[in-house]
Design a protein around this ligand. Structure first.
Ligand code: ADP
Ligand code: MG
Length: 235
């Protein structure tokens, strides 16, 4: 309706797709686990940022999406909140990985995992990091012990997945963070290979730029894509 449109214009949000839910104005308005709300508050996140206002409700109703928003706009939390919420609500006994986050670099993976720990504190939520520079044996062991979310770089993940047969059927959310950067670094094939090893997950893609290549990958993975763009794109 026109009120939603006005709100989006004010927040510089544009959307494309089928019945995109309206932006939330507070974290409290979308039925998140109480403990997650407390963790957000403890982290000093009083209000969602515009990208979170639109991406969180869309992700929570299971939409796959391509999200464009500039650096520093709070994209990490916009996919971690739906992931933590899902992991906290779904029955997962024995522990199986429910979500996977791919980022282009080891440093980014570490940052994502750190934020995930903050948001998932006190909830049934465990993470594993799969990046180069650390022994693979420890990473394998960690996953075997049971985790809810795997965060990794595509190269290392493929490496690990070819040597160890983890059940990945349980993964229902796949995040491709900085997907344009992953393509630039030559990870396109690995990303596709990982996607194909999963069972039609919800895909949350984040990019600073929309290139033909990004659109092609998004289109090849998902039929009904929701497009969310916030603010003025980086270039
Ligand atoms: P992006 O991935 O879009 O570049 P980040 O997710 O790294 O941005 O977030 C940038 C900074 O903003 C981080 O320090 C993060 O802790 C902070 N932040 C994210 N969401 C909120 C919020 N709702 N309120 C306050 N700070 C936030
Ligand atoms: Mg980011």
């Amino acid at each position: 309706n026109s009120q939603t449109e006005l709100l989006r214009r004010k927040l510089e949000i544009s959307v494309r797709g089928d019945r995109v839910p309206e932006p939330i104005l507070s974290f409290g308005s979308c039925n998140l686990p109480q403990k997650l709300l407390q963790n957000l508050e403890a982290a000093g996140y009083e209000m969602p940022t515009p990208v979170q206002m639109q991406a969180i409700p869309s992700a929570l109703i299971g939409r796959s999406m391509l999200v464009l928003a500039e650096t520093g706009s709070g994209k990490t939390c916009s996919f971690l909140v739906p992931i933590v919420s899902y992991c906290a609500k779904v029955k997962n006994n024995p522990w199986k990985p429910l979500a996977m986050v791919l980022t282009p670099t080891r440093e980014l993976c570490i940052q994502v995992e750190e934020q995930a720990k903050v948001l998932g504190k006190g909830l049934p939520f465990k993470t594993a990091l799969v990046v180069g520079g650390d022994a693979m044996a420890g990473q394998v062991y960690r996953i075997q012990q049971g985790v809810s979310m795997i965060v990794g770089t595509p190269g290392r993940l493929i490496d690990l997945l070819t040597k160890h047969d983890f059940g990945l059927d349980s993964i229902s959310i796949l995040v491709l963070d900085e997907v344009d950067c992953m393509i630039q670094r030559g990870f396109r094939e690995q990303v596709m290979q990982i996607f194909q090893a999963l069972s039609q997950p919800q895909v949350l893609m984040y990019s600073a730029t929309v290139t033909k290549e990004v659109e092609r990958i998004a289109g090849s993975m998902v039929k009904d894509l929701t497009f969310i763009s916030v603010g003025k794109p980086n270039n």
